[in-house]
Design a protein. Structure first.
Length: 319
């Protein structure tokens, strides 16, 4: 009998790559979604997927409904609150579950003290509620693995990118007009000295790591792993890459933070930038490579270029 897998958030960016991997490997797959979007990737494998519409935010017995499906593996891609993690663990303990995989984020780290950052650092200092809840869920899952043998693995993606995604730009936010400015060869200003970093990752590489964690279950239980590209990229390096992509001479200057916030002009985007660059770092994949055989198929540069090409094809940016 094939192993049964549930992917919560199965039609999102990670799920769009991960679900077909499961089908092609012979798993029986149920994809849970809110029914509001279709998978980003076109693949014949979706014809074999059991699609179920459930909304975690609206259904108070969401965890119990997942547990009632009695899967061997549950991949939880859209869990943002530690209380939801507690409910899921409680419900799944009564099933035949052999592996629960929780999607966290490098944002759980907050500011790191040394680079490369260790995914299993248990002294993370998250900067916001999102990161705080991800870290609390990680702590709870590791405690449950240690004291009760609950079979959990934590995967921490970087800035997920690729075709169809709204990517983080060289300002550290999602403004798309700045790419048009670069495409015209006009000057842009970066905050500070442009040396803060972003760590993009292609959604298919995130899916790869989830899949490998399941393939190497014994090595992954109780562990945390970063799902990122091999290299992070400075804001300056990212901006230069974009000028080169659009065949323009780089025209980059710098402003101190207070002046740059005035230049950027959008309070929400400035806040977005702050939380990205305050977490500047490089996130180690050493344990993912050693224990699971993880090897990113896309560099940071290839990932953002694919996303920009998608922007152009979809008319998100106009040249």
């Amino acid at each position: 009998m094939n192993m049964k897998v549930i992917v919560i958030g199965g039609c999102g960016h990670i799920g769009s790559f991960l679900v077909p991997m499961f089908i092609k490997a012979g798993y029986e797959v149920t994809a849970i979604s809110r029914g509001k979007s279709k998978p980003y990737s076109r693949d014949y494998a979706w014809e074999k997927v059991n699609m179920v519409v459930l909304d975690r935010e609206k259904e108070t017995d969401f965890a119990e409904k997942i547990a009632a499906m009695n899967a061997d593996i549950v991949v939880d891609l859209i869990n943002f609150h530690v209380e939801d993690t507690r409910k899921m663990v409680k419900a799944l303990k009564e099933t035949r579950l052999s592996h629960y995989l929780f999607c966290s984020s490098i944002w759980a780290h907050g500011r790191v003290k040394t680079l490369e950052a260790d995914p299993n650092d248990m002294r993370k200092e998250p900067l916001d509620d999102y990161g705080h809840n991800k870290f609390l869920s990680e702590l709870y899952l590791k405690e449950q693995w240690r004291i009760a043998g609950f079979p959990a693995t934590v995967i921490m993606p970087g800035q997920i990118s690729g075709a169809g995604w709204t990517i983080i730009n060289p300002w550290g936010n999602t403004n798309t007009k700045m790419f048009e400015t670069i495409a015209r060869g006009e000057k842009i200003y970066l905050p500070n000295w442009g040396m803060e970093t972003l760590h993009h990752v292609h959604a298919s590489d995130v899916a790869q790591l989830f899949f490998k964690a399941i393939e190497h279950r014994n090595q992954s239980l109780g562990e945390s792993f970063h799902a990122v590209a091999e290299e992070s990229m400075t804001l300056y390096g990212y901006a230069r890459l974009m000028y080169e992509f659009f065949h323009q001479q780089p025209d980059i200057d710098f402003l101190p933070w207070d002046k740059w916030t005035e230049y950027e002009g959008n309070a929400d985007e400035v806040s977005h930038t702050y939380y990205h660059i305050a977490r500047s770092g490089k996130y180690s994949i050493e344990n993912a490579r050693r224990l699971l055989g993880y090897q990113p198929q896309f560099t940071t540069q290839e990932t953002v270029i694919e996303a920009i090409q998608s922007y152009m094809e979809r008319g998100v940016i106009k040249l």
